[in-house]
Design a binder for this molecule. Structure first.
Ligand code: GLC
Length: 439
């Protein structure tokens, strides 16, 4: 673990839900639609007015997450379009004004009802506020719109506005466990956001809150958290997007750095009507296990549609994940990497005195329990059913006296196509190989 107490719940949780939802969902071409299609504020306004979701049900979403074994949820309080999904004094460009609803309130209340940790996503970028850099910016919808050329803006005024919204979010919604700021680019990073002041305010208002690294960096490096001497703006974990780091993540001294891979189910964060390229549930489960085996978290996204309904494909995937997590979630929650190399057939996760061998591919003969000696093993069970699994005493294994093989029986098919987990409980006296790496 990272050695910082307030990070413990996060690193135990391992699995969270991201919810990207806002006005853009109504258009159905992802949350970047304003930028991608260079829409003006006037072109976007009809959608702002038409965004009157009837199907949004925070409790139903949080309960889907809880059943899938997700222990925290991060909700887009505001995305790059600048539309606030909460009641704010700073602007009328917000859901209470247009819909009479405060979606951040609905989500944070629901999270607490279902025992999930509460996280908010907040975009540092704002494509609506006139004082945010527009013409000549790299991504602003009006970046090359001649009408905006030479129009001055007062960035200081924007910063005051943005800090004030974050102050409201950290003041009006009870305990916020995690703030997911997004994102930095070009010279828009760290002190440009007046980052130190921002972090100090957030940590003062919400002691113990966990911050990501995106005040400093988003894709090009992970920021000063990896430098060995993190700046105030470094955050607490790094946030690789749409990728699982090949070797996990360590700082320049080789010490573990908490990380969370953020992953979409299809290829968009915000609702995209045409994108049906959903990842199969089995794949997502195996990727979650991969993250855990490398000491990381996975936060998996859903993008409700313009009416607030969760796409049917996403619900199906979450239910399938829930089915597996119900019997094998023990090998994910509270688990992390073990100091044993990755076996050919799958992966290993572990906690205290238990190792979980994730068998993703059937073996010819027994399943080698890499890293363990026979006298270190108290008991092997199939996690899914609790059935005890014997150690193989076949003569075939005689040539490998240093390896222990679990005997799965005569049927060559694995008991779980997605991931068959063997739980190896270690004896109290057993030496280190089984134990989790201490950080
Ligand atoms: C990005 C995108 C964005 C998405 C996010 C999630 O950097 O700008 O739309 O919200 O990351 O990781």
């Amino acid at each position: 673990m990272s050695g910082r107490d307030y990070m413990k719940w996060f690193e135990d949780a391992r699995f969270g839900m991201f919810v990207h939802w806002g006005v853009y969902a109504l258009i159905g071409r992802g949350e970047w639609v304003r930028s991608n299609e260079r829409m003006t504020a006037e072109e976007y306004l009809p959608y702002v007015e038409r965004f009157q979701p009837q199907s949004f049900d925070a409790d139903a979403i949080v309960s889907l997450a809880a059943k899938a074994g997700m222990k925290y949820l991060v909700f887009t309080a505001r995305h790059h379009d600048g539309y606030c999904m909460f009641d704010t004094e700073t602007t009328d460009y917000q859901s209470m004004h247009y819909t009479g609803r405060d979606f951040v309130r609905e989500m944070t209340d629901a999270c607490r009802r279902h025992g999930l940790k509460t996280g908010l996503y907040y975009s540092l970028i704002d494509w609506h506020h006139p004082d945010y850099p527009h013409y000549g910016d790299r991504i602003h919808p009006q970046r090359d719109d001649p009408a905006w050329k030479g129009v001055s803006h007062d960035f200081d005024r924007y910063l005051r506005f943005m800090h004030e919204q974050i102050r409201e979010l950290c003041t009006n919604y009870g305990k916020i466990d995690l703030l997911w700021l997004d994102y930095s680019y070009d010279n828009m990073r760290a002190e440009t956001w007046r980052g130190e002041q921002l972090v100090q305010m957030v940590r003062r208002l919400q002691p113990g809150i966990i911050l990501n690294n995106r005040l400093e960096a988003s894709g090009e490096g992970f920021g000063s958290l990896l430098s060995g001497s993190p700046a105030v703006t470094a955050g607490d974990f790094v946030s690789p997007e749409q990728i699982i780091p090949p070797q996990g993540i360590t700082d320049c001294r080789g010490r573990h750095v908490p990380w969370e891979a953020c992953v979409t189910m299809n290829n968009h964060w915000g609702y995209c009507a045409e994108d049906h390229y959903y990842k199969p549930a089995g794949m997502l489960i195996r990727k979650l296990v991969e993250c855990v085996s490398k000491n990381g978290n996975m936060i998996l996204n859903i993008g409700p549609d313009g009416d607030g309904a969760v796409p049917a494909e996403s619900i199906r995937i979450l239910e399938e994940i829930a089915g597996w997590m119900k019997h094998s979630g023990e090998s994910v929650h509270g688990c992390g990497a073990v100091p044993v190399g990755k076996p050919e057939y799958g992966r290993i996760t572990g906690r205290d005195d238990v190792l979980y061998y994730h068998v993703l591919e059937g073996m010819i003969g027994g399943v080698p329990l890499n890293g363990l000696k026979r006298e270190q093993i108290r008991k092997i069970t199939l996690l899914k059913t609790g059935e005890e699994i014997p150690v193989s005493d076949s003569w075939i294994t005689g040539n490998y006296p240093d390896l222990v093989f679990a005997d799965l029986g005569e049927d060559p098919r694995l008991p779980d196509d997605i991931d068959t987990v063997l739980r190896a409980e270690l004896t109290e006296t057993s030496d280190t190989p089984g134990k989790m790496v201490e950080y």
